[in-house]
Design a protein. Structure first.
Length: 66
């Protein structure tokens, strides 16, 4: 949220609102990502590939993280 700091200074927002605004702002991005691509696979760095494999599908963990 680019304007969260400005809005906090001008409107004197409560902490509960400050926590909810980024969550609400990220929902459109997650919904578009889910509807269009639906790919949550990441390529792992070369040093860990022998141990963990070349790629991981994060699945629902990606959406929980975001």
């Amino acid at each position: 949220m680019v304007l969260l700091g400005f809005a906090d200074d001008v409107l004197d927002l409560r902490w509960s609102v400050k926590l909810l605004l980024p969550l609400i702002a990220s929902l459109p991005l997650l919904l578009v990502y889910f509807a269009n691509y639906h790919s949550t696979t990441i390529i792992l760095p070369k040093p860990v590939r022998p141990y963990l494999g070349q790629q991981w599908n994060l699945g629902i963990l990606y959406y929980v993280y975001m």
